[in-house]
Design a protein around this ligand. Structure first.
Ligand code: SF4
Ligand code: SF4
Length: 207
């Protein structure tokens, strides 16, 4: 086998070995060069305190002395009677997404199980009569989950997403927090906001 010259080698990525020309430019800036002002550190802390303080006092004054003709604005909600609408970026309990036929979209590839840093996912895969793979059982231990979202990010089928569900996650008995496939299954419609969000966000990343 002929050896590559130094120039030919530099045209390939040193780690993944694919041609550099085919790689998309990185969107995440890790080598950020700080200005002298930022390197002095203390001024940035003071700037942060100023921004936080500004919002605090604006809200406080608006609460104590509401503008004429307006009711005092209340910043709290009477949970659980009142619920807040969470943004699509919120990462609550991971749930499995069902396809149009009502069955899970998951093909039991095991990527989420492998990727989960908390080892919260256990899957037993099987095959349907037509040769299609599916999870015979899918268990998610929410007592271990750290809500990192890696399972969602790695899934090739959009079969698991971070939902906006946060109720029932504080339990005295850890066994209650072991969710089965049926307990995790949600319709695609109910997690549409999150699906749109991850399509937008992950398409920005280049790995
Ligand atoms: S959110 Fe993170 S910790 Fe939780 S199940 Fe997914 S990969 Fe595991
Ligand atoms: S990565 Fe997606 S398709 Fe693969 S096992 Fe996990 S949920 Fe199922």
């Amino acid at each position: 086998m002929s050896k590559m010259t130094g120039l030919e080698q530099s045209q390939y990525h040193p780690l993944v070995g694919v041609p550099m020309a085919t790689l998309k430019p990185k969107q995440v800036r890790k080598n950020i060069h700080l200005t002298l002002w930022e390197k002095l550190y203390v001024f940035e802390i003071l700037r942060g305190l100023f921004v936080t303080g500004k919002h605090f006092f604006i809200n406080l004054v608006g609460f104590v002395l509401p503008p004429a003709g307006k009711k005092r604005k209340v910043f709290t909600v009477y949970y659980p009677e009142e619920k807040v609408t969470l943004p699509a970026a919120y990462r609550g309990r991971p749930v499995l997404v069902a396809g149009a036929n009502g069955a899970e979209k998951c093909v039991a590839c095991g990527l989420c199980e492998k990727m989960c840093p908390a080892k919260a996912i256990s899957i037993v895969g099987g095959e349907r009569a037509g040769g299609e793979r599916y999870p015979v059982s899918y268990t998610l231990d929410m007592a271990r989950c750290v809500y990192c979202g890696y399972c969602e990010e790695v899934c090739p089928k959009e079969a698991i997403v971070m939902s906006s569900e946060y109720q029932g996650l504080a339990q005295r008995d850890r066994a209650i927090l072991r969710y089965s496939k049926d307990q995790l299954l949600r319709s695609e419609e109910s997690v549409k906001g999150r699906l749109d969000y991850i399509r937008r966000i992950y398409s920005k990343c280049s790995y």
